[in-house]
Write a new protein. Structure first.
Length: 437
C-alpha cells in the first residue's frame, strides 16, 4: 500500500510529502524537475525501488512547490525557496539529520543544502546530476526542441524516448509516463520551470561540500551527459563516482537498475564518517556608510552617534526580516551571513533603500562561499572576497560576485554586468555584477 500524502508548511506554501519505511537511516529523496508522489507507486519498477529504500531507511519524498501535489505558485522558486521546502519537509517528518538522494535536477538543490547545512545532512547520493544546465541541454536548439514538445504533446508520454529510451516501445510504461507528465505540472509550468532551470550553475560551490558523497551516472544517459556527473564528482572533495552502462536517465528502469539500488544501499548503510560542522556554505554581506568621516565631522559627535544608532537599528531590522545572522559591526558597517543568497541580496537592497532617508548612503557587497565558523565569528577566503566586492561598490549600490548571481537563478533578481575585476589579495579575476533595483 502506498503511504499517505501529508503536507508541510513552507512559509505560506504547502509541500506534499510521503514518509515510509522504518530503517535506522533517515533518507530524503529529492525528485527531478517534475514529480507526483502518488503516481510513483503505480509503476512497478519505481514502487520496487522505493520499497527497497524503505527496507533499510525511513524515507521521505516530496513534490517541489509548483509541481505534483504541492501548491501551485504564481512565481516558480529559486534555490533559496527550494531549500526552505526541503528543510520544512524534514522538520515536519521529525528528521533533524538525513542523507539526501538527489535525482537529476534535484541534485543541485541537494548539493546547496548539504554545503549550507552540513549538520543536517549525513551523506549525499547524486544520480544523473549536473552542476550546469548545459550538461542537460547543451544548446539553445536542443532546449527549443523540448519546448516544442511541451507545447505540442506534453502529457502523451512521448518524452519517454529521452528519459527512458529502453522502454520506448512499452505502451503501458508510456501511458504511465504520460500521466506522470500531466500530474507533475501543466505545460506552462513546465516551460517556466525549464527557463528557470536553464540558469542553474552551482559549479562554484561544489568544493564546499564536506559530507560523504556518492555520484552515480549512466555512461550513455540520453538526458544528462555523463560529463555532468563526472564534473560534480571531480569537484566535491572525496566524492566517489560510479558509472554504469546504459542510456536511460530514469534510475529505476534498465537492466542495471538493481545494481544502482545496490550501490546506494551499500553506500548509505556503511560506516558513517563524522561530518565537520566548523565549515559551512554561507552568503556574506558587507555594508558600510559612504563618506562617513566627512559626515561625522559635519554633524559633530552627538548627532553622529544618534545617526549611527538609527543606521544600526535599520540594518538589524532588515537582517532579522530576511533571516540573516549579524556577525559583527565594523565601525560604520556590518558583516552578516545568510543561508540563502537571494535573501542576502534582497536584504542588502532593502537596507540601501531604507538608509537613504536618514541622509546617508551605504554600499554593499555579497559573495557566497565556504566560511570557517569560529565561535560567533566567520573567516575564510569567502569573507575576504565579500569585503573586496563591497569595496568596489559606489554609493547606494549593491554588488555581488558571479557565484551569487548564478545561485539566485529564478529568483526574479536582475543584474548588470560590471566586468572582471581584480580583488586585492585574492588570486585571479572575478566577475562582478550590480543588482538592478
Amino acid at each position: 500500500m502506498q503511504p499517505v500524502t501529508q503536507y508541510a508548511k513552507s512559509g505560506t506554501v504547502h509541500i506534499a510529502y510521503q514518509a515510509f519505511g522504518d530503517g535506522p537511516i533517515n533518507l530524503v529523496m529529492v525528485p527531478g524537475f517534475v514529480s507526483n508522489v502518488e503516481n510513483y507507486w503505480d509503476e512497478p519498477d519505481f514502487a520496487r525501488f522505493l520499497t527497497r529504500l524503505g527496507s533499510y531507511a525511513r524515507v521521505v519524498t516530496f513534490d517541489k512547490r509548483g509541481t505534483g501535489m504541492s501548491d501551485r505558485v504564481v512565481e516558480l522558486p529559486g534555490l533559496d525557496d527550494r531549500m526552505d521546502d526541503l528543510r520544512a519537509v524534514m522538520d515536519a517528518a521529525g528528521m533533524e539529520q538525513a542523507a539526501l538522494l538527489g535525482i537529476s535536477e534535484g541534485a543541485p538543490l541537494c548539493v546547496l543544502f548539504a554545503a549550507t547545512y552540513p549538520d543536517r545532512c549525513r551523506a549525499l547520493v547524486l544520480y544523473g546530476s549536473f552542476s550546469r544546465f548545459s550538461y542537460w541541454f547543451p544548446t539553445e536548439e536542443a532546449l527549443a526542441t523540448f519546448f516544442g514538445y511541451v507545447e505540442r504533446a506534453w502529457g502523451t508520454g512521448g518524452s519517454v524516448q529521452r528519459f527512458a529510451p529502453s522502454r520506448a516501445n512499452d505502451a503501458v510504461f508510456q501511458r504511465w509516463w504520460g500521466r506522470n507528465e500531466r500530474l507533475g505540472a501543466s505545460p506552462a509550468a513546465v516551460s517556466a520551470l525549464m527557463r528557470m532551470n536553464s540558469q542553474i550553475d552551482i559549479s562554484g560551490i561544489l568544493p564546499a561540500v564536506r559530507v560523504p558523497t556518492l555520484v552515480i551516472h549512466r555512461t550513455g544517459d540520453k538526458t544528462v551527459s555523463v560529463e555532468g556527473g563526472r564534473d560534480v564528482a571531480a569537484h566535491i572533495p572525496g566524492a566517489r563516482l560510479i558509472e554504469f552502462p546504459g542510456i536511460d536517465h530514469l534510475f529505476y528502469v534498465g537492466e542495471n537498475a538493481d545494481d544502482i539500488s545496490d550501490a546506494i544501499e551499500e553506500f548509505l548503510t556503511g560506516s558513517r564518517v563524522p561530518v565537520p560542522v566548523d565549515r559551512v556554505l554561507a552568503t556574506v554581506l558587507f555594508t558600510d556608510i559612504v563618506g562617513s568621516t566627512e559626515k561625522a565631522s559635519a554633524l559633530g559627535d552627538r548627532r553622529w552617534r544618534d545617526l549611527l544608532d538609527n543606521h544600526h537599528a535599520t540594518i538589524r531590522r532588515n537582517i532579522a526580516r530576511f533571516r540573516g545572522h549579524e556577525v559583527k559591526t565594523t565601525g560604520d558597517g556590518f558583516l552578516a551571513t545568510f543561508d540563502g543568497p537571494a535573501r542576502g541580496v534582497r536584504c542588502a537592497c532593502a537596507i540601501a533603500e531604507e538608509i537613504r532617508p536618514l541622509g546617508i548612503e551605504v554600499r554593499a557587497g555579497l559573495h557566497t562561499g565556504e566560511c570557517e565558523m569560529t565561535g560567533d565569528d566567520v573567516g575564510g577566503i569567502a569573507v575576504h572576497v565579500g569585503a573586496r566586492v563591497a569595496g568596489l561598490a559606489r554609493a547606494n549600490e549593491v554588488l555581488v560576485s558571479s557565484t551569487v548571481k548564478d545561485l539566485v537563478a529564478g529568483s526574479g533578481l536582475r543584474f548588470g554586468d560590471r566586468g572582471s575585476q581584480v580583488l586585492r589579495g585574492i588570486p585571479g579575476e572575478w566577475r562582478i555584477y550590480a543588482v538592478e533595483r
